[in-house]
Design a protein around this ligand. Structure first.
Ligand SMILES: *Cc1c(COP(=O)(O)O)cnc(C)c1O
Length: 389
């Protein structure tokens, strides 16, 4: 029997620069006496991220949710937006705050992203946009989505909270669609403690976004639109500049951890590792498995609970489905039969511990526990068989 871990193993740990490096950045901020409103650190981070992410137009925000919320606002959308139920609540809440109605589309069970082949049948004269989510770093079917959007003249927005630095055929993820949101929350691959950004195509939007995130103030005495306060401050930006220096090393470590998981889980029936496609540079945001209860012998929920006894803490991202929120129950798109794949996947996926500092030995041990839990279960089946005969 595998023993339990002495210290708890969490799903993730924030990527932290050394305290010395952060302190030295903080002295710069303190000396400048410029704490927010497009300060020096903010300008530097914006420029460095433009280069790192290979985007022309980028705007920083307090967090990813406000970036998405104001991005949708800047596009001046109306009516319905086709989106996925399999996402973090922030995606659809950004629609709510813009008085936009989500129309939930089923997902592709392989990538867990919106099923592009099912979008067209949901389009009506009220539809103004498609909001896709690159789930766990797996990009949506960006080509197909764009061709539908072109045909019906819809805007395309992506929640790319999980796709920091992802590329498809060497093209940056944000080159697809009109707008891509990134989240820099502490749990994301790249973090600014809390933070976020929008990458966008239309350079005219830059000024509008600047106004929207700063109370609509065009000058000290002029307010030209109703905005919000969603500015990234200098402390966040300064931390981000230090985290950016170590993000590539983190990505490499996560690549090795992913390989270790894959090698040690390959022989286990009923466990599928969510793979990224061949032509992608993954963001290594999450390591996710899917448990087929019939083949493994036990459910995802059972494994999630059982692992806690070993001091291993996993997460059922994204449970519950957004289409199950009580305030959407009147919508046609949430009625039974429309979201079959999403309802199936949401019961099977489990995000495993995944961060650069997680050592190989621990990963192997977690896989052995999963192995052992299954062997134990087969024993039970065999014993039952004996009882039966
Ligand atoms: C983290 C996350 C968000 C929210 O980003 P914040 O920066 O925490 O506001 C939105 N969508 C998805 C898919 C996320 O994982």
């Amino acid at each position: 029997m595998e023993s339990s871990f002495k210290e708890p193993i969490f799903i993730t740990r924030p990527l932290l620069p050394t305290l010395e490096n952060v302190t030295s950045k903080m002295s710069e901020v303190w000396e400048s006496k410029w704490l927010t409103n497009n300060g020096i650190q903010h300008q530097r981070l914006e420029n460095e991220l433009k280069t790192y992410l290979n985007v022309k137009h980028l705007s920083l925000f307090t967090n990813g949710t406000l970036a998405l919320l104001l991005g949708l606002k800047a596009l001046d959308l109306k009516g319905d937006v086709i989106t996925t139920p399999f996402t973090f609540p922030a995606t659809v809440q950004a629609l709510d705050w813009n008085n936009l109605t989500p129309v939930f589309c089923d997902i592709n069970p392989k990538t867990l992203t919106i099923d592009a082949t099912k979008i067209e049948s949901l389009i009506t004269d009220k539809t103004s946009a498609i909001l896709g989510v690159h789930v766990f770093g797996n990009p949506c079917d960006v080509e197909k989505i764009q061709s539908i959007a072109d045909k019906y003249q819809l805007k395309v927005i992506y929640d790319g909270a999980h796709t920091f630095g992802t590329k498809i055929n060497n093209k940056p993820i944000s080159s697809f669609g009109d707008m891509t949101m990134f989240s820099f929350h502490a749990t994301k691959l790249f973090n600014t403690v809390e933070g976020g950004a929008l990458a966008f195509k239309d350079k005219e939007l830059a000024e509008k976004l600047n106004l929207l995130k700063n109370f609509g103030l065009s000058g000290p005495e002029e307010v030209v639109m109703s905005g919000l306060n969603a500015k990234m401050n200098e402390v966040q930006a300064a931390v981000g500049l230090e985290v950016l220096k170590i993000v590539d090393a983190e990505r490499q470590k996560r690549h090795i951890i992913k390989k270790t998981y894959e090698q040690n889980l390959a022989h286990l029936p009923g466990i599928r590792v969510l793979t990224t496609l061949e032509n992608e540079n993954s963001s290594y945001q999450y390591f996710v498995i899917e448990i087929d209860e019939k083949k493994y012998g036990k459910s995802r929920d059972w494994i999630h609970e059982e692992l806690k006894k070993y001091n291993v803490f996993t997460r059922k991202y994204f449970y519950p489905l957004c289409s199950d929120f009580h305030w959407y129950q009147h919508l046609d798109s949430v009625q039974p039969g429309n979201l079959i794949e999403a309802q199936k996947s949401v019961k099977q996926v489990l995000s495993m511990p995944y961060y650069g500092e997680l050592d190989t030995e621990s990963v192997v041990k977690i896989c052995r526990i999963l192995d052992e839990l299954q062997v134990f279960n087969l024993d039970v089946i065999q014993k039952n068989d004996k009882v039966l005969f």
